[in-house]
Design a binder for this molecule. Structure first.
Ligand SMILES: Cc1cc2nc3c(=O)[nH]c(=O)nc-3n(C[C@H](O)[C@H](O)[C@H](O)COP(=O)(O)OP(=O)(O)OC[C@H]3O[C@@H](n4cnc5c(N)ncnc54)[C@H](O)[C@@H]3O)c2cc1C
Length: 473
């Protein structure tokens, strides 16, 4: 069986790795337009934060030599430019000498990921120095080099977009002695994940770290002064913000345009939502023998049971496992043996961000999103000292839950607290996947020992508060 994987970072690498753990008899061909594979872009904050930057070269989770040792054919600096879905072949182009080649497949995995969104005001601005993005290895490297060169020069950096990446990069810049200006078109940080009450707590915390915030501000134009190289960001309301560098972090868009064109040309339907390929629980697209995993695909969003675009490493990896298991299942069936599928359980868009020494995390719907789907949305929020039973501590954690009044099903959860509180979101995520109700959660059997916690788990404290009707919001 011949398997082609287009794109090789989180999704593509997982598919290849998972297949190879079971058999080397499947012929795998990887096509990657970069010169490196398996880059983990989320390592950038770690790579840039300490005084001696950890080399970005450590941010890879697999290597070409490892794949080659396992008889995988790897075409690096080759781009897949066209696909014949009917006759099952991919046209690839060598990016160095532009020669083209046809490669046949039995099963095709699309793992082409996403590209950073580039707003109109940034298009054609390649002449402006020090505007950074953070998706590829080379983009990460450029930013890391800029930070290393300028860390003690009192430079100003504007972060455009207060999503998970923008918010996390504040600490990276502040710890390297940059003055940060956070610019967000919405009225607060991470509006798609958090309720205003949590966003506001985090914003106050960021301001204490001397981060300047500009909310509700839409950028109209970016220019660079010739004499000083200073960047002038002009807002739609005419105000100007000055900075030495800009980090663009306003989101991602699925990298699938050549696939959609190829499907159209072949007269086959490649179901997608705004370019993100719709897949089933085994990562199969609407075209037979064609899988899609990661940032180029949608995932099932459990709280509303709808297909959504959720560009996260966790999805890329889980969908990669499902696709690999399905390919192995097909391979095993041909060999007249069996191999079990590992279908995806969907996603709650669970995410976490490190904010200096604190952590914020969320899963499921926030109140605003929940109200778009359900008429009986309720919330409950609790701030408590998080400590073992008889100990002293001033470590607070704020937990907010969103649920339905009638069915009492948990829809979402958000936290802000010490880093170890991230585990609360992991369990809330499991509750939401399993559509658990507040009474069921209140009655879950969690381990307790006075050295580690309290007899009523902190998650159960906020759930009980909601059920008993105390401090409802
Ligand atoms: C700064 C940053 C921080 C992040 N932090 C987190 C985090 O904390 N938690 C989390 O879950 N996620 C995080 N993410 C998201 C996560 O990195 C992505 O979801 C993940 O990398 C997606 O992997 P992927 O394999 O789907 O695609 P991508 O990583 O986008 O890779 C796609 C690959 O396909 C190649 N390709 C595309 N088109 C072609 C073609 N036509 N021919 C050949 N090759 C092609 C590209 O060169 C690329 O290497 C972060 C992302 C960034 C940028």
């Amino acid at each position: 069986m011949r398997v082609i994987i287009i794109g090789c970072t989180q999704g593509g690498t997982t598919v290849a790795d998972t297949i190879l753990k079971v058999t080397q008899d499947v012929e795998i061909t990887i096509i990657e337009r970069n010169s490196k594979i398996s880059y983990q872009p989320y390592g950038i904050t770690i790579a840039c934060q300490n005084q001696q930057c950890v080399p970005l070269e450590k941010m890879f989770n697999n290597s070409i030599s490892n794949f080659k040792k396992q008889c995988v054919t790897v075409y690096l600096e080759h781009e897949a430019i066209d696909i014949d879905f009917n006759n099952k072949f991919v046209i690839i182009q060598n990016l160095t000498n532009e020669t083209k080649k046809q490669v046949e497949y039995d099963q095709l995995v699309i793992a082409t990921g996403a590209m950073p969104k580039i707003p109109k005001y940034c298009q054609g601005l390649s002449h402006i120095e020090n505007v950074f993005m953070l998706k590829s290895y080379s983009q990460g490297k450029s930013l890391q080099q800029y930070i290393t060169r300028n860390r003690h020069k009192g430079k100003k950096v504007a972060i455009l977009g207060a999503g998970q990446i923008g918010v996390q990069m504040i600490e990276t810049f502040v710890k390297n002695n940059f003055y940060v200006k956070l610019i967000e078109g919405e009225d607060r940080i991470m509006k798609n994940h958090y309720d205003k009450k949590i966003s506001d707590i985090v914003t106050s915390f960021l301001q204490e770290q001397e981060c300047e915030v500009h909310f509700g501000k839409k950028v109209a134009n970016i220019q660079q002064k010739e004499e000083s190289n200073e960047i002038v960001i002009t807002m739609e309301d005419g105000t100007e913000i000055y900075s030495d560098a800009v980090l663009l972090s306003i989101g991602f868009t699925a990298n699938t345009s050549f696939l959609l064109k190829a499907a159209k040309k072949n007269n086959v339907a490649l179901e997608n939502i705004d370019g993100a390929i719709v897949v089933d629980q085994n990562s199969q697209s609407s075209i037979n023998n064609v899988y899609a995993v990661g940032d180029c695909a949608c995932a099932k969003f459990n709280p509303t049971n709808t297909q959504q675009y959720i560009p996260q490493a966790t999805n890329a990896i889980r969908q990669g496992v499902s696709a690999a298991a399905s390919i192995l299942h097909n391979y095993a069936t041909n060999q007249k043996v069996s191999f079990d599928l590992i279908p995806s359980t969907g996603s709650q868009y669970s995410s976490a961000a490190k904010v200096f020494d604190m952590a914020m995390a969320s899963t499921g719907l926030n109140t605003h999103q929940a109200k778009e789907h359900f008429h009986d949305v309720r919330t409950s929020q609790l701030t408590i000292l998080e400590k073992p039973l008889f100990s002293e501590s001033n470590q607070e954690v704020t937990i907010r839950v969103i649920y339905r009044e009638e069915s009492k099903i948990l829809l979402g959860c958000q936290i802000f607290g010490q880093k170890n509180n991230i585990e609360l979101i992991q369990i809330a995520s499991v509750f939401i996947t399993n559509k658990m109700t507040l009474p069921q959660i209140a009655q879950q059997d969690f381990a307790f020992n006075p050295w580690f916690g309290k007899p009523v788990h902190v998650m159960q404290q906020v759930i009980l508060q909601a059920l008993l009707g105390v401090q409802q919001e």
